[in-house]
Design a protein around this ligand. Sequence first.
Ligand SMILES: *[C@@H]1O[C@H](CO)[C@@H](O)[C@H](O)[C@H]1NC(C)=O
Ligand SMILES: *[C@@H]1O[C@H](CO)[C@@H](O)[C@H](O)[C@H]1NC(C)=O
Ligand SMILES: *[C@@H]1O[C@H](CO)[C@@H](O)[C@H](O)[C@H]1NC(C)=O
Length: 247
Amino acid sequence: MFPRLICLILTLASATVSSTGQSVVKLEGDSVTLDLQRPAETGIKRIIWSFNLNTDIVTYYSNYKLKTEDEFKDKVYFNSRTFSLLVKNLRKSDSGIYRAEGPGGWVLAEYRLRVLEPVEAPVLTLVTYWSTGDSCHVTVNCTGGDRSLMSSCDNTSCSPEGGASTDSTLSMSVRDDIISCNHSNPFSWKSQTIEINRQCFSDIGDAVGSSAGFSPSLLKAALISVLLLIMASAVIAVHIREKQIIS
Ligand SMILES: *[C@@H]1O[C@H](CO)[C@@H](O)[C@H](O)[C@H]1NC(C)=O
Ligand SMILES: *[C@@H]1O[C@H](CO)[C@@H](O)[C@H](O)[C@H]1NC(C)=O
Ligand SMILES: *[C@@H]1O[C@H](CO)[C@@H](O)[C@H](O)[C@H]1NC(C)=O
């Protein structure tokens, strides 16, 4: 009895999951036309398009009466010949479930819309490096979107090679001693690079607009030495002047 009940619940649960509709991915600023996926019977009395299963967008009645909810007035256009819904000037917040229902809750269309922005440039930073023999190994951190990836690279490959978040993908590659991290979604990509050399020395510079810069510890060491030099000469100068005043 119980296993059967659990089975039933599981079946119901998976049915709900798979019924979230056909997936549609669009770029911010674009528009999308959502067509009926099942033909509406002729002389259909009423069609409702709704958002996220809880907010009505438009209600169409067969006597050509059309009611568009205020908050969607500038956002959608309903075609009363095909019953399709045009959603304009897409924003990230327009992502969600769009469903058309006929009389009696008969589902005529269901879409899961995802609106994506163009990707931002990833940030690629060097975490550690070491050399074995004549080859260099580095660990880098690539951050893009809501995801960051630690990857170990030598002069041939990186591991892991990439990872995906809900909206974008990071992928690592190495070519000619240049490590790159590519942040992409179906509409755009941006990549950033770090250069390494066989000795792992501070040739770690930027190519193609990288913000990685060179080794921060080296820079710090140089800055501190310059500062110490300035301080030392100031002290000596004061000393000399005091001596001159005394004598
Ligand atoms: C990687 O480095 C090794 C050791 O220096 C070298 O023998 C090999 O040719 C390099 N491979 C590539 C693809 O540069
Ligand atoms: C990579 O760097 C980002 C930003 O500094 C940091 O938030 C993240 O935790 C790092 N990722 C890993 C895997 O350490
Ligand atoms: C980055 O990834 C995208 C999508 O996979 C690809 O089209 C593009 O050529 C890649 N860019 C670089 C520099 O590898």
